[in-house]
Design a protein around this ligand. Sequence first.
Ligand SMILES: [Cu+2]
Length: 161
Amino acid sequence: MNAIPSISRRALLGAVLAAASLPLAAGTGEVRHGDLVIRAARVAATVKGQKATGAFMEIENRGGEAEVLLGADSPVAKMVQIHRTEFENGIARMHPAGRVAIPAGGRVVLARGGLHVMLMGLTRPLAPGETVPLTLRFARAGAVTLRVSVVAVRAAGAGGS
Ligand SMILES: [Cu+2]
């Protein structure tokens, strides 16, 4: 009988810690750009010599027209692409996703294991706690530059909001 309360206490503590960690991963918080709301933008930290990393966020389209994410740029990366991770025979492979549609009144979540922004040809290591500029280009709303928080790899993996 002792094990049951012990497990539930641990589960409760885990839930509290998970909730408490969300603001840390939220990075720039919420950025509004026209009809778009961009939340929890964050980029995974890197170690010396690492040439690529992922950026993650949630993009909500509050407008009445569909929006399209065309691409992205950052001064810390020679090339930035929108990628989609797909599992083929149990192996994760990343493919360029091209343009990403965000339906009117809808949202897309860019998260580890799915859609993400890939920063390639990194010009330097990215340390937790710093912020890096990331420009997103949209078909209707135009370009917006975010200051994106660099977070520890584990914190970067969770979904948006
Ligand atoms: Cu990728």
